[in-house]
Ligand binder design. Sequence first.
Ligand code: ATP
Ligand code: MG
Length: 557
Amino acid sequence: MESEKRESLNFIEQMIENDLKSGKHQAIQTRFPPEPNGYLHIGHAKSIHLNFGLAQKFNGKCNLRFDDTNPEKEETEYVESIKSNVKWLGFDWDGEYYASDYFPQLYDFAKKLINKGKAYVDDLSQEEFNEIKGTPTQPGKESPYRSRTAEENLKLFEEMRDGKYQNGQKVLRAKIDMSSPNMHMRDPILYRIKHVDHHRTGSDWCIYPTYDFAHGQSDSIENVTHSLCTLEFEVHRPLYEWLIKELEIFPSKQTEFARLNLSYTIVSKRKLLELVEGKFVSGWDDPRMPTISGIRRRGFTPESIKKFAKSIGVARRDGITDVALLEHAVREDLNKKTNRVFGILDPVKLVITNWPEYKEETLTAINNPEDESAGTRDMMFGREVYIDRGDFLENPPSPKKWYRLGPDREVRLKYAYIIKCTGFDKDENGEISTIYAEYDPETRSGQDTSGKKVKGTLGWVSVKHAVNTEIRLYDRLFQTENLNEIEDDFKNHLNPDSLEINTKAVLEGSLKDAQVGDQVQFERVGYFRVDEDTTEDNLVFNRTITLRDNWAKKQGK
Ligand code: ATP
Ligand code: MG
């Protein structure tokens, strides 16, 4: 507890603590404001943990607000997925709001600005305006429509709303400063005409507020005290503040933090949509996708994401985070939580020739050495078992270098007996088809009286009780570390080996009733989760992550 108290606050927490101490706010209100134009990704998880986490830490509130002001790209499916993702991450929002609910109020705000002489209807096309807009080092010129009277503007604005004009024919602009060094202050657009139905308001509106006009005003309507957004919005802040001042509404305060960039990972809804639409993945919830739905299906846990979010912290400078940190958090969490079972990805049959044909013995296996309360399970052992092909070498190097099986070598079959290899058969392709061995009855695990010592212990699966399965071996979706620095199409950097389907694997009998969502560790192999595609006849496992980081090895780390 002491150490937690002394944990240093990040710059946002520091600011909030000061605001509460000084009495500026009695309580804080934050919000998570996704646009429902795609599925949430791991970058959003950072923002979710930040906004909801601050509300929890300082006894405040956090709203979920859908920033739904671009009707062409938004869908109800996305709203539903976002809500379920936030819940899965472990958070519950105080208010559920939609910027579209504020359309009438935003319309009134716009009229207020017009009446104050702070907004005008502009007939210039986008291209025409770009020509007079100037550059960051050169002041712009004023639109010839800038001096319209408030009455005229009001009339035109109402006509815009009433559908009298075509898309792009007119816009409503804030009247600020055409020579501001900040381009966002050069008479930014507040409303544009879009004859498009909206997923919530249908055909009620044909004018829609821009991000800049909807976002800050929605914050104010909800009395958001601390409006946190990513650094690219820093240049929008003067406009955010100008609008609040001119409208004389609740002074929400915008503060920016660095967005999450992750190595080997794309965190942009637009690009993720491209992967979905181009069928490079099976959907938004493809287990290789960095979406919350994807990583959940893959087997990442809310706790591991929380741990990851905590470990990366909150900073004011953009950088790139190593995806190995996220993977590490997942391994640590699953190591504590999952039961160990035997799953053999590349099985070869081993026959124990001195074991009676029909005899079976019940052995006791430990479910999770990290968690005693997970208990033990029974495992049936008999004359024929599968071991992994990789655990046998026809011509092994010296026993010092090879602890596993080979002709005349001894190993222990975990929880069972020490066996000695006596021979093997090959098939017509020259592949080992059957291995033969003899067991030593004196060496049963827990009751070993032989005094024998062997270094190698192998996993195995009883042939009689083996469960067939389809295992989807996932790897990183991209093979390039920093996808922010590439100049060509990001899709050129897809990892061609990001999915391998294994249908020859066999699993121990205890997995025959595995249910969707169950998570286990296949001993010495990795962490796996039962996939939603599982049917009565086909048990499908996703590999969540290997036991060790194979990429670090590839890179010589
Ligand atoms: P994308 O570029 O993927 O579409 P976005 O910023 O457009 O992301 P929004 O739905 O507008 O997505 O974002 C909702 C909230 O999540 C915003 O406050 C945004 O700043 C935050 N957010 C989005 N991406 C990241 C990220 N990579 N790291 C941290 N926060 C993010
Ligand atoms: Mg966006």
